[in-house]
Design a protein around this ligand. Structure first.
Ligand code: NGD
Length: 310
């Protein structure tokens, strides 16, 4: 009997121990998950701000003796106002108006290069050449290119994962950002501007693209003189300036409010663009003859034209 009682007590104790261990493990697991989620949440917000701030400072620093930290902090605050605490499908392009108004960067006339389905080529070109400038070479484009962000209704946080995709809902924070800054880049473009289009796809001028649906629509005919299409063809491509989609672009320009904007089109071999990227002795104007491009000298640097908005 005594033996049995001893066995029962020992059995009871080990059962209790098991419960205690299981309970502790469960609590620990929840605590670890909670800490990991907390760190991830703080880290994503911190990572985005850190990336954006360091891009901003690296852009602004070489051209100012004052600290760029406050300048970039102000831009970051104006940016956050657009989407923090909002449903990630209810952020319209106008939500970025405070960002647009938080600073100014004047792009000299004849420099704007728009692109559609030619991002890498356009950027490789402007990285080595000062004669043209894409949106992503301007401060606001440079700060946010390739990044993702969103928040949620009533939240104070910024997330960089599980944000709506480009086509998931039109008024998502990233798409609306690019719509608003593209609109501004186009609306302020002056003189002879260019667009690099892709001759390897069926519709180089695609009505659904940001270039067609936002940038062209926001051209200001009072300040834009001409648009030159640089139609980039690979060796085997046979796309010409008579492509139907380009004729549509031409007719958009020749009728309606943009009729004072003259239209030009050049077929440019991809290999020629690559030569121009690699060999900087070729003058910009010779990369696609007859383009109204000034020689590749450091006539200006857009960065020094940064100014605080009023
Ligand atoms: O269906 C899509 C999609 N469409 C566009 N994009 C898409 N992403 C998806 N996941 N799904 C995004 O827009 C993607 O990041 C592309 O790299 C980018 C540009 O799309 P593209 O090549 O079709 O060209 P767009 O004409 O729509 O817009 C380019 C012009 C150019 O003159 C810039 O001044 O509009 C300005 N931009 C717009 C959108 C995004 C720049 C960007 C950018 N830097 O990410």
């Amino acid at each position: 009997m005594e033996y049995e009682a001893g066995v029962n007590t020992a059995h009871g104790k080990s059962k209790r121990n098991l419960y205690v261990i299981a309970g502790t493990v469960t609590i620990l697991a929840f605590a670890i998950i909670f800490v990991v989620v907390l760190i991830c949440t703080i880290k994503t917000e911190h990572d985005l701000k850190e990336t954006v701030m360091s891009r901003c400072q690296s852009y602004v620093d070489p051209y100012t003796s004052a600290s760029s930290v406050h300048y970039c902090e102000d831009i970051w605050s104006a940016f956050e106002q657009a989407y923090v605490g909002k449903d990630p499908c209810s952020v319209p392009p106008e939500a970025y108006n405070p960002l647009i108004n938080s600073f100014q960067q004047k792009i000299p006339c004849h420099k704007n290069l728009f692109w559609s389905r030619t991002k890498d080529m356009a950027h490789a070109f402007t990285k080595n050449r000062d004669c043209l400038i894409t949106l992503e070479d301007t401060l606001v484009g440079f700060m946010f290119d390739g990044l993702k962000w969103c928040s949620s209704k009533g939240s104070k946080e910024t997330f960089t994962t599980d944000c709506p995709g480009w086509t998931e809902c039109p008024n998502n924070p990233v798409r609306s950002f690019w719509s608003r800054v593209s609109d501004n880049f186009a609306a302020t473009a002056c003189g002879n501007v260019s667009v690099m289009l892709n001759g390897s796809i069926d519709t180089p001028f695609n009505p659904g693209s940001t270039f067609a649906s936002i940038e062209v629509k926001n051209f200001n005919p009072a300040i834009i003189e001409s648009l030159t299409v640089l139609l980039v063809n690979k060796e085997t491509d046979r796309t010409t300036c008579s492509d139907e989609s380009l004729e549509n672009l031409q007719s958009i320009l020749s009728s309606g409010p943009l009729k004072s904007v003259s239209y030009k089109c050049r077929v440019v071999q991809q290999a020629k663009v690559k030569d121009c990227i690699d060999d900087q002795k070729t003058l910009c104007g010779n990369c696609w003859p007859e383009t109204l491009c000034v020689p590749s000298t450091r006539l200006f640097n857009p960065r020094i034209l940064l100014d605080k908005g009023t």
